[in-house]
Design a binder for this molecule. Structure first.
Ligand code: HEC
Length: 169
């Protein structure tokens, strides 16, 4: 009896492991490329670029960092899809290309302040990309300064906590 359930257990394990290895041969998700960086926004400070790099560049630039798990199916397919989609709507590495459309600063600000961007699942596997509220504010203000908008109607946000850091309570 015990021997039989052991046999069943090992058969199931073998099927699962075999299946996991087999799906690694699915080609979609393996084509991880970083096309050349042709031009970037004129970032208003190195800190702003760092924030964008940390939180946005993996999907919205040609400087994607592809960690080991981005090569393991099915994460590889998810990541590939998001990078392709992300670069399509907004690519900070092709800022010189005036022919192509880019998401507006307004949309960037909206997605950041509503915690839509960076994508929540990505933050789970990549927590360093998560921005604190103060960092979100700094990035938003930096985007306004660096990229701005056509009619100059965007207003900088108040960054709460920025000055309170050493005031105690
Ligand atoms: C893990 C990948 C990933 C990260 C990191 C990421 N994005 Fe995105 N972003 C996407 C994808 C994918 C889309 C396209 C979504 C769609 O079309 O449904 C997108 C769309 C957008 C859009 C267009 C949305 C719209 O509806 O107009 C903006 C703006 C944007 N992202 C800004 C940002 C900013 C700013 C950051 C950093 C704070 C960021 N994203 C980080 C994947 C990402």
């Amino acid at each position: 009896m015990l021997k039989k359930s052991k046999q069943i257990f090992f058969t199931i394990m073998a099927v699962l492991i075999g299946g996991f290895i087999a799906i690694q041969f699915i080609p979609y998700g393996r084509n991880h490329t970083n096309p050349p960086v042709t031009g970037e926004p004129e970032w208003s400070s190195p800190e702003v670029r760092e924030l964008a790099e940390r939180a946005c560049y993996d999907c919205h630039s040609n400087e994607t960092i592809w960690p080991w798990y981005s090569h393991v199916y099915p994460i590889s397919a998810m990541v590939q899809h998001d990078v392709e989609k992300g670069r399509e709507v907004l690519n900070y590495s092709e800022w010189d290309n005036t022919e192509r459309e880019q998401a507006t600063t307004e949309r960037m600000i909206e997605t950041i302040s509503k915690n839509v961007m960076p994508l929540p699942y990505y933050l789970l596997i990549h927590p360093v990309a998560e921005l604190s509220e103060v960092e979100q504010g700094r990035l938003i203000n930096g985007l306004i300064e660096s990229i701005g908008d056509d009619d100059g109607s965007l207003e900088a946000v108040d960054i709460e906590g920025d000055e309170e850091e050493d005031s105690g309570n």
